[in-house]
Design a binder for this molecule. Sequence first.
Ligand SMILES: [Zn+2]
Length: 231
Amino acid sequence: MRQFTKNQPPKLNPTWQQRQIDWAAELVANPSISPKSARVSYFDTIPKPDYRPALSNEQDGLCAYCESRLSFDDSGSPDNSNEIAHWEPIAAPGGLQLMLEWKNLVLSCASGESCNHAQGDQPLGIDAPHARDWSTKMQFQSSGLASSTDPDLDRALKVVRVDGERASELKRARKAAIDGELAEIQRRFSVRTVSRRYLNERVEQLRACPDSFVSARLEHLRKRLAKATMP
Ligand SMILES: [Zn+2]
């Protein structure tokens, strides 16, 4: 989970603000509305292709949960397979109130076995990645498995980690990203003499880079940095 900056919702017609006003009025008139009806009437009817690009731009084209690259069509727009997800699910306590809050919406990787699908109706119990930088609290094994010593974050990672084929795929992709950094180090230095200067520069480069799985690469570089003795 990489931190990103949350903007205002794009000004489109019908405007997000008008939808929020209509939804707030409905919630007052019908406070016992079921999450399912609320979703069908007030969320599923949103012209989502109009809103996906803004969400994707905020997230540098990456899934807000797993940092994989979103899916794009030939014109470069995030395609319809990317799910608009609720950080606090609609069916979670307080979720109805947040259903149309722009800050509660993130773009998840493609449908099917996506992070959003894995989360389902379960609250993650942690702030969204635009409100807090979780990336420095994540640990990655060389197999690509993600975990955290922060118990709340670790629990959230377990919720969105899909079991089965997709989990293996994600681990493989993270492992490849980590291995890419290690290969570059080995190409430039003998393993024992990697320079702190190179590692620091690479960390700065990656921090500004919209690539997939940057958190995993950064964690491995920081571990190297802690051990590096050459200036
Ligand atoms: Zn994802």
